[in-house]
Design a protein around this ligand. Sequence first.
Ligand code: IPE
Ligand code: IPE
Ligand code: MG
Length: 253
Amino acid sequence: MTASQRSRTPESEGMSDPAHVAIIMDGNGRWAKARGLPRVAGHRAGVQALRAAVRAAPDLGIEWLTVYAFSSENWSRPKSEVTDLMGLLKLFIRRDLAELHQNGVRVRVIGDRDGLSSDIRALLEEAEALTCQNRSLNLVIAFNYGGRDEIARAARKIAQAVDAGVIAPEEVTQDAFAEYLDTAGMPDPDLVIRTSGELRLSNFLPWQAAYSEFVFLPCYWPDFSRNELVEAIRTYAGRDRRYGGVPARDVAL
Ligand code: IPE
Ligand code: IPE
Ligand code: MG
């Protein structure tokens, strides 16, 4: 049984569910500042909000949940904050992996692994290997991820494949190219949510979100709960996805 076939809760009843929700978890620093706390306290609270979102997702018909946890541009932050964020990722995997596995969550990580330390790389590989057969939710963690970096790495790989005679230049179509991205085999996000009131993509899934619906929420990420997720899905359900075409109801006009 897939998550979308599971019985729905009253809040999600009758809505056209987004199978893939991607979230830009933004505003941890401002959440902490508003409370007179250090930024790391905001990141810790952000991990709690992530746990809640992962628990809520399957019941809301979400099959894929992609979260932006560390961008390829976040290295420009103070060294101590970068260290804190690396530490929190390690802690999250160490503390939560057993529970994620028990709940049937399949973990996948996108982003440039080569830029990460070997202990983090090993943890990410362990999480992916342990959970690879799970089916109730796909949790995709974008870590050291940047969309332009991903596209450049894919272009490099495809150039090498052309060089090696594995693929001919005229076979480089959109679909073939997508297979060289970190997200190979994944559906595109239906809904992209960004918290904290910022109205930008910040290099998150630029290829994959070409036809996604966007919901921008004013709340800081640590304040994001199941209610905000339900509300975003409700907003999504009211959207008219056209993909450049004309809605079927208007074709005869
Ligand atoms: C998002 O919160 C978490 C990461 C980028 C890792 P921020 O740390 O960007 O919080 P703000 O945007 O400064 O409030
Ligand atoms: C995007 O947020 C990255 C993550 C949420 C991991 P940022 O806080 O880094 O984005 P900008 O700097 O406001 O664009
Ligand atoms: Mg931010």
